[in-house]
Design a protein around this ligand. Structure first.
Ligand SMILES: [Cu+2]
Length: 747
């Protein structure tokens, strides 16, 4: 059962259960309170999720102005139940994004994909994990925010797709994704209640196995929740049986929350961490050989006569090492990164009148980064000194916003806001492995003033019209700004080897930063129309066309410096080989449409309930000079049939992806052919035991991942130097058929 909330920002999971089949509502309310964490808990500390069942509120009051505010109609929510269902086939949390209209993922390591929405990916999507913003701590962005959560840890994932209000955040131009893990849950009475869920799973392709666990102890005002999991996987196989090299991984993530509730105040402290001992990368020259994260995160949520005050503060630390995972990649070349993020956010929602809410907020986000590569013993090229990629890099941001939400009458409402983000960054002097090969670049970089400050101004305006119980229309406009990340501005070496170590594009190209980069400014207009039956039970359709003009889009040019041209004399013109690129601003435009719908086919006590659902996404993007944008998902659709009867639920899904023909010429991006996949899953729940079984890629179709980048490991040729080098022109094959099973026990 997939539930994409159409406009249900304030609709709790428990009110959602009121429209679910009784068996499922019963399962949520009685059988699996931990697996199905209350999506509402974070918003409404006073709710008692295990007993309160609200009926769906009348549409015009569902989102009351004084509470958390109206989510734009173009918002998608992935529930814990949905994440749990998807986790049967994947341990990659970012891949859940591909379930929402317009969503896709850039292929990377097995648990480190980068999310993309409406053609904007990687840093253009801001991901907050329990309010924490986690900056890249690797020149390949191997440790993106969603890699710090396992799919089953996700209590709720909300994506603001196009024109999010300014209160959702700053310093991104695409979408904002808010992930909640281990939200507090309180008992109805004064007595302590405890519950726990443990689940083990297996996937035949790649021989992946792992375990997920959650546990809660709670009474009326105190809640302690743990959630976490561990998984190990070998290399997966493509449909033809070929092992796709360097796709193995092992990871564990943990989070522990302690929450206390008193008279409308909710205090939560969360600690947790991650450990990845290895993760292979088929589309990078390096692999991850160590990644450790640790965090502490405090939150306060208070209700007052005047409104609501939310405050968060956090520190998140990452230690990361790259190397080679034998036998697919061999040699020695340690690359180390140390990053720390810290910040706070304050948000006050003032109920100014029965019709008006004013939101004001302020946040600080601070990132510190060191990136260094120790000398390789015995190597002339990579010694005798340590290569300093980023030396004492730091990037700070202070954001301030004010937003006014008004419900004019039963039909019309508006949200308008302005925000300012001041971003400042700098980095210390650098050096290469030796002066002979790296000295000129280092001297040029060190000789320049590297401090940069950007004053970014964002705004958004949404107008919503709900003429009746069956339709809703929303028009939104937003200006959003993103300042470059530290690698985009400060990667400095134009030696071939160093450039190939930088870049999160998975395309085999080498990248060098640009001190003169300006922030990218997106001006987006988006229109959402939704229609549904009055009870929102039987059918719905949502259509969202959008258009974005991005001034100073951070793209790339072919690198024309002496270093680049020495490394590759044909760098400026080559169309069929890996090239060297320098980050550069270009104006660009993206447009597309997302369609989503659902239809109840039948509902009876004998045959259960069946729903048909579907999504369609199309995006086009190019620079004003005609060059295509990189990694745009080709037209794609999903059609699924969900069936539930008693304790038994099943889903059959057809995924259709068109040929990728629009590519970025400057990247020498590869095209990919069209394909269709069928996935199946079914699950049965007894009292305390649940069994899930699924087959992904049922017909074992061969296909290439449209955003998988270049396969740098399976196709190699012997080089003049004696080693092997990757051959240009091969995409990354998607996984062949996999039989997946999961057994879940509740205590
Ligand atoms: Cu890395």
């Amino acid at each position: 059962m997939h539930l994409i909330a159409l406009s249900g920002a304030r609709r709790s999971l428990l009110s959602t259960t009121a429209i679910l089949p009784p068996w499922l509502a019963a399962a949520i309310l009685c059988g699996m309170p931990l697996m199905i964490a209350p999506a509402h808990a974070q918003d409404a500390p006073t709710s008692l999720p295990t007993i309160v069942v609200d009926a769906p509120l009348p549409q015009n009051t569902r989102q009351s102005a004084g509470e958390g505010g109206t989510a734009p109609a173009d918002t998608a929510t992935i529930s814990n139940e949905q994440a749990f269902a998807r986790s049967l086939g994947t341990s990659d949390s970012a891949s859940l994004i591909s379930d929402i209209p317009g969503g896709a993922v850039w292929g990377a390591g097995g648990v480190s994909s980068l999310p993309a929405i409406n053609g904007m990916g990687a840093d253009r999507i801001q991901v907050a994990i329990n309010s924490m913003l986690i900056s890249p701590a690797c020149p390949n962005e191997m440790n993106p925010p969603l890699s710090f959560v396992n799919p089953t840890m996700i209590a709720k994932m909300r994506a603001y797709l196009g024109i999010a209000p300014v209160s959702a955040g700053g310093d991104y131009i695409g979408a904002k994704i808010d992930v909640t893990t281990a939200p507090p849950q309180f008992a109805a009475g004064p007595d302590w209640i405890t519950s726990a869920t443990v689940s083990g799973y297996f996937r035949s392709n790649g021989n992946a196995y792992g375990v997920d666990a959650t546990a809660t102890a709670a009474n009326r005002d105190t809640s302690i929740t743990y959630t976490g999991g561990w998984v190990r996987a070998g290399d997966y196989k493509a449909a033809d049986g070929t092992r796709v090299k360097s796709t193995l991984y092992e990871t564990q993530n943990h989070a522990l929350s302690i929450a206390k509730k008193t008279f409308g105040n909710l205090f939560t402290v969360q600690v947790g961490g991650q450990f990845i001992p290895y993760q292979g990368y088929v589309n990078q020259y390096m692999d991850m050989v160590y990644n450790r994260g640790a965090f502490i995160n405090g939150r306060y949520d208070g209700r007052f006569d005047w409104g609501r005050l939310e405050a968060t503060a956090y520190v998140h630390q990452i230690r990361h090492t790259m190397g080679f995972i034998a036998p697919d990649k061999t040699g020695a070349m340690p690359m180390d990164t140390k990053g720390i993020d810290g910040g706070y956010a304050l948000k006050a929602t003032i109920a100014a009148s029965a019709h008006d809410a004013i939101r004001v907020g302020n946040e600080l986000v601070y990132n510190k980064l060191d990136d260094w590569w120790d000398p390789v013993p015995g190597s002339m090229m990579m010694g005798p000194n340590t290569f300093i990629n980023i030396n004492d890099g730091h990037r700070g941001r202070i954001g301030t916003f004010a937003e006014w939400e008004r419900h004019w009458d039963r039909q019309w409402s508006t949200v308008v806001g302005l925000r300012n983000d001041v971003v400042w960054m700098n980095t210390g002097p650098v050096q290469g492995y030796n002066a002979m090969s790296y000295g000129a670049d280092a001297a040029a970089f060190n000789g320049r003033n590297r401090a940069r400050t950007d004053a970014n101004l964002d705004g958004s305006a949404l107008v919503r019209f709900e003429p009746n119980q069956t339709s809703l229309f929303e028009l939104g406009f937003a200006r959003k700004t993103r300042s470059p990340n530290l690698y985009e501005r400060y990667s400095w070496s134009t030696s071939a080897m160093a450039m190939r170590m930088t870049g999160w594009f998975g395309d085999g190209n080498g990248y060098v930063g640009n001190l003169d980069l300006k922030p990218e400014k997106a001006h987006t207009v988006s229109f959402t129309a939704t229609w549904h039956d009055p009870e929102q039970k039987f059918w719905n359709v949502r259509v969202t066309p959008y258009y974005s003009y991005v001034q100073d889009y951070i793209d790339v040019d072919r690198c024309a410096s002496a270093g680049c041209l020495t490394a590759m004399p044909t760098n400026l013109t080559a169309t069929n080989r890996f090239v060297f690129l320098r980050f550069a601003n270009h104006n660009a435009a993206l447009y597309g449409v997302n369609v989503e719908g659902k239809l109840a086919l039948w509902s009876s006590s004998d045959y259960g309930r069946a729903d048909l659902r579907g999504t369609l996404g199309y995006v086009h993007g190019e620079r004003t000079d005609g060059v295509g944008l990189y990694h745009l998902m080709p037209i794609n659709a999903k059609i699924a049939l969900d069936h539930a009867l008693g304790n038994w639920s099943s889903s059959l899904e057809l995924q259709l992806v068109g040929a990728k023909t629009q590519v970025s010429e400057v990247h020498n991006e590869l095209t990919t052919p069209a394909y269709a996949l069928v996935n199946f899953r079914t699950g049965y729940q007894w009292q305390a035991v649940r069994v899930d079984f699924g087959i992904d890629n049922l017909f074992n179709q061969s296909y290439l991942l449209p955003l998988g980048g270049a396969d740098l490991v399976n196709y190699r040729t012997t080089s003049m130097m004696g080693g092997t080098t990757p051959v240009w022109g091969y995409g990354v094959a998607g996984p062949g058929r996999s039989f997946n099973g999961r057994l879940t026990m509740k205590f």
